[in-house]
Structure formats: C-alpha cells, structure tokens
Design a protein around this ligand. Structure first.
Ligand code: PAF
Length: 279
C-alpha cells in the first residue's frame, strides 16, 4: 500500500484510473471501516482510503482534540485489506489557507436531527468530502449507513452537483451484542460499554411497535426517550422518519406503507452515540 500525504503525489499516482473506489475515514479503524473497504473492492479498483480528522465538522465543544488517532495500527489494517493507496494529508495540505469556500447542505435536511445538535457538522462533512473527491476523483465512494443522515446528504450533494461519483451505502457493522461499531465507543467505560447496546434495543423496540401498527408515532418516540432516560442516558432524539427524505411521516403516509427508519442519538456519560434502524 502506498501512503501518500500530498495532493500532487496522489494525483500522479491515480492518473488514468477510471474505476477508483474510495472510502473516506477519520481513522481509528475498526471492523466497520474494514467492511467498507471490502464493499469498495466489489465496486471498483483500485481501492483508495483516506484518513483525515476534519476539524471543520467538529463544533467548538466537541471532541476534535481527543478524537483517537491510531495511524500505525490503521495502516496495518488497511494493508491486510489490500488497499492500494492511503491518502493521509495533514491539515496544512488539505487546508493550506482558511477554507472560505464551503459546501452548505440545504437547511431542511442538514438542519434536522444531527444538524440540530451538531450545527457545524454537515457543512464540514460536505466541504471535506467535496475536496477529497476532487483529489481522488473516484467513480464510487462508500459511506456507512450508521451515519444515515450523512449518507443521504452526501448522496444528494453528489447528485445535485453532477459529481461523477456514485455513492454506495454500506450496512452498519455491529458487535455481537448489537452495538454499532464506532470510534467513539472507545470513550466508554466498561460499565457504559455494557449498557451501550440498549440504544440498539430501543431502536428495535420502536421498529417492532411501528410494524405492529402503533398509532401514535410521536408518543412512541417519547416513550423510547423515556426508556433511555430511565437508565441514565441523555437522549437528544429518537425519531421515526421517512427513508426517502428523512422528514416525519404523516399518518396517511405510514398507512400507505412509506418506508421508514428510526434514528436516535443519546449521551451515555460523556459519550454521544448515534444509531438507526430501517423499519
Ligand atoms: O464519517 C466520517 O468518518 C466522516 O464524516 C467523513 C465522511 C470521513 C468526512 O470527514
């Protein structure tokens, strides 16, 4: 695997490649990321991964400084996956001057759910993804469904800007007890780690109740948040949305069989976890 830290060298290395499959990451790679690499391999060749902890998508009181950086271990994992190029620029390379041009997602989609609680996030994501795509010029790029809203925002962005990159969503990779793998799981104490699968259990509860025809989805969401709070979680939201646009479904849409997803974000101690489940 070639480890490349400059845009010029990356462009030289990838010149003429028309089927590049790209997986952008912020490092601290776990099995979930590696499953994205494997999916990328099925959709293109060569596979290019990036590691860049993108300051622009973190709010002032968020975990940019303490975000786990495990470069050597990440390199070893990517080598085993047969990744051809790892693009790992530093901040000076990707943001040599203040990044004044930014890509702003629409306030409807970008301002709800995660966007409500992390206002800087999606503008930061769209900006860095656009820049990374410009460097890598991938034919396909793989994003995990664990970040469901991010996947939709990036997919819509690529479509609206007619980017020549197909966005592929990868299923969420879960531990045996159901917890979605995330770099932030590493912040959990042993006790919190034992409690953490309850978020997924709550999503399953909401999904089952919805499938069974629970009439009042708002009440169901509130019930789920109460269940979390009763066990010491601080929920930001548990929300049943339409898969197509992440808007709340009207009763008639539910009855007409609209495809739904339930999304949740909640803090356990100091760690904020997100997860979702298609219903
Ligand atoms: O999902 C992530 O790890 C990040 O948001 C991404 C897509 C690599 C952009 O920094």
């Amino acid at each position: 695997m070639k480890i490349i830290s400059t845009i010029d060298e990356l462009r030289d290395q990838l010149r003429g490649q028309l089927r590049t499959a790209f997986v952008p990451t912020m490092g601290n790679l776990h099995e979930g990321h590696l499953s994205l690499m494997r999916l990328a391999r099925r959709h293109g060749d060569p596979v290019v991964a990036s590691i860049f902890v993108n300051r622009l998508q973190f709010g002032p009181n968020e975990d940019f400084e303490k975000y786990p950086r495990t470069f050597q271990a990440d390199v070893e994992k990517l080598e085993k996956e047969g990744v051809y190029v790892l693009f790992a620029p530093n901040e000076k390379e990707l943001y040599p001057e203040p990044q004044e041009y930014r890509v702003q997602p629409p306030s409807g989609l970008g301002g709800m759910l995660e966007g409500e609680f992390r206002p800087a996030m999606f503008q930061g994501v769209c900006t860095v993804v656009t820049k990374l795509f410009s460097c890598v010029q991938p034919r396909v790029a793989v994003f995990g469904k664990k970040d469901y809203q991010q996947l939709m925002i990036v997919r819509n962005m690529a479509r609206q800007f007619a980017m020549p990159t197909e966005i592929i969503g990868a299923e969420t990779f879960r531990a045996d007890d159901g917890l979605a793998l995330s770099s932030r799981n590493g912040y959990l104490s042993a006790e919190e780690r034992a409690e953490a699968p309850f978020l997924y259990q709550t999503l399953n509860y909401v999904a089952e109740q919805t499938r069974a025809g629970h009439a009042d989805l708002l009440a169901l969401e509130q019930d789920a948040m109460k269940r979390l709070a009763a066990r010491g979680w601080q929920p930001d939201y548990v929300s049943i949305r339409k898969r197509i646009d992440l808007h709340a479904p009207a009763r008639e849409e539910v009855l007409a069989g609209a495809q739904l997803v339930v999304l949740a974000a909640a803090k356990l101690g100091n760690t904020r976890l997100i997860d979702n489940l298609e219903i």
